[in-house]
Design a binder for this molecule. Structure first.
Ligand code: HEM
Length: 417
């Protein structure tokens, strides 16, 4: 298909594209190919059927259109939600016990809170966590290596890293993560299908963070919760809301980072030539990480927005009160923006990928995530002279919001000490 045809083609889809009926049944790899084909054949915004709520919505699957959905103030994440909010996850709550926090606000309220948070998640603050994170990561890697050849890199290394780093950031003691981890993971990964389950999980995590905030108020530490307690910016939030902030940072910051790190290591374990190249050319790593972030298939990554008025986008009109879901992955492969989009090219000099979103709700944890990815790659490239996947069928999480390899068994030779 020529560039011109890709640019102009907008035809009506006869039936809405099904975003699958149950999130745990999704074959995500098929979804990704499908969404690109859909863009080629029907244009950058097409009707879709979401599994929960009123179902009928739109999906944006072109680069410009995803950016527009994320930055046009006429699309909001929260204010106009109700029971019929079309959504991917059953439990994208809109009423208590779901706590209000900045991620569920729009406009000035959200921007003011994000400004405070940005002070504490800045590149400088994140660099301050680098040495401690490196020590943690090297320790996890030692344990993994001690497991012997053929050990599973995902469950025995990757999954430990973001949990330990986000817990350090929030001031959660290591031996307390078990209290809420399962509830927090279930909350994000979409396995929940009843209101009772959803509420029980949310209350469990809320309860933990209420205790944590009370403890940090009594005995502040060097962590983010203590820092935010000392920086309420004229009473911008209270302790209850701060508990909600802890909740959202934990749930948004753990699984997402583990999925991406898993995806990048999966690639390298199947591509010994690139592994060697990166070992010998560390200065390329920052660009390589950005290119991996563009191509690693990590799920849709975003929330549905609601239109507050009729909005024209990508050749269609999204009516007031209708939902539109910006889907990052196909946008990162849009031929209108990226030449030869399916080639992994560390020398690429093209617009930034949308893996961390765009606009006012763009990921506030992106510096932290980038630091973790860099430290993991450095540790792996330092310790292993060679590093390869053992022959095994691909075993990826088939989820829609976030996905990554479930297991990855590898063999290696170590660098000489
Ligand atoms: C590689 C790992 C990560 C990826 C790919 C990722 C991706 C994203 C994306 C695409 C969004 C925008 C969602 C939307 O517009 O609906 C987002 C938002 C968010 N992310 Fe991340 N993220 C990652 C790591 C993190 C980390 C480490 C943290 C915590 C420190 C975090 C916290 C959040 C929060 C709180 C939001 C909501 C922001 C808001 O609504 O204002 N993320 N993330």
């Amino acid at each position: 298909m020529s560039d011109q045809a890709v640019k102009t083609k907008v035809t009506t889809l006869p039936v809405p594209y099904p975003m699958q009926s149950r999130q745990d049944l999704i074959v995500a790899s098929e979804l990704e190919t499908d969404l690109e084909t859909l863009r080629h054949e029907h244009g950058p915004v097409v009707p879709a059927l979401m599994p929960f709520g009123k179902g009928r919505a739109w999906i944006a699957i072109g680069y410009d259109e995803v950016q527009q959905v994320m930055s046009d103030e006429r699309f909001v994440v929260w204010k106009h939600r109700g029971n019929d909010y079309p959504r991917l996850r059953f439990n994208e709550g809109h009423k208590p016990p779901f706590r209000m926090a900045f991620d569920k606000m729009d406009g000035p309220e959200q921007i003011a809170r994000r400004r405070v948070l940005a002070r504490h998640l800045s590149a400088r603050r994140v660099m301050g966590m680098r040495d401690e994170s490196r020590t943690l990561i090297e320790g996890f890697l030692d344990d993994f290596i001690a497991g012997g050849q053929g050990a599973d890199l995902i469950t025995q290394f990757v999954e430990h890293v973001p949990l330990a780093v986000i817990s350090k950031l929030l001031g959660v003691p290591e031996d307390e993560t078990d209290i809420f981890l399962e509830a927090a993971l279930d909350h994000m990964n979409g396995r929940i299908t009843t209101e009772e389950q959803a509420n029980a999980h949310i209350m469990k995590v809320n309860e933990y963070f209420d205790h944590l905030v009370a403890r940090k108020r009594a005995e502040p530490g060097e962590d983010l919760i203590s820092a935010l307690l000392g920086d309420m910016d004229g009473g911008i939030w209270d302790d209850e809301e701060l508990g909600g902030v802890g909740f959202v940072l934990l749930t948004a910051g753990h699984d997402s980072t583990a999925s991406i790190i898993g995806g990048i290591l999966y690639w390298l374990a199947h591509d010994p030539e690139r592994f060697r190249y990166l070992k010998e050319n560390r200065d390329v790593l920052p660009r390589a990480i950005e290119e991996f972030l563009r191509v690693v298939p990590a799920g849709t990554g975003t929330r549905v927005r609601i239109a507050t008025e009729d909005v024209e986008i990508g050749g269609v009109v999204v009516k007031k009160d209708d939902g539109i879901h910006p889907v990052v992955h196909p946008a990162n492969f849009d031929e209108r923006v990226y030449s030869d989009p399916h080639t992994l090219d560390f020398g690429r000099d093209e617009p930034a990928h949308l893996r961390f979103g765009f606009g006012s709700h763009a990921c506030p944890g992106n510096q932290l995530a980038r630091m973790e990815i860099r430290e993991v790659l450095d540790a792996v490239l330092n310790r292993f002279a060679s590093f390869e996947a053992v022959d095994q069928p691909a075993n990826w999480r088939e989820r829609m919001l976030m996905r990554g390899p479930k297991t990855l068994k590898v063999t290696w030779t170590l660098e000489k000490e």
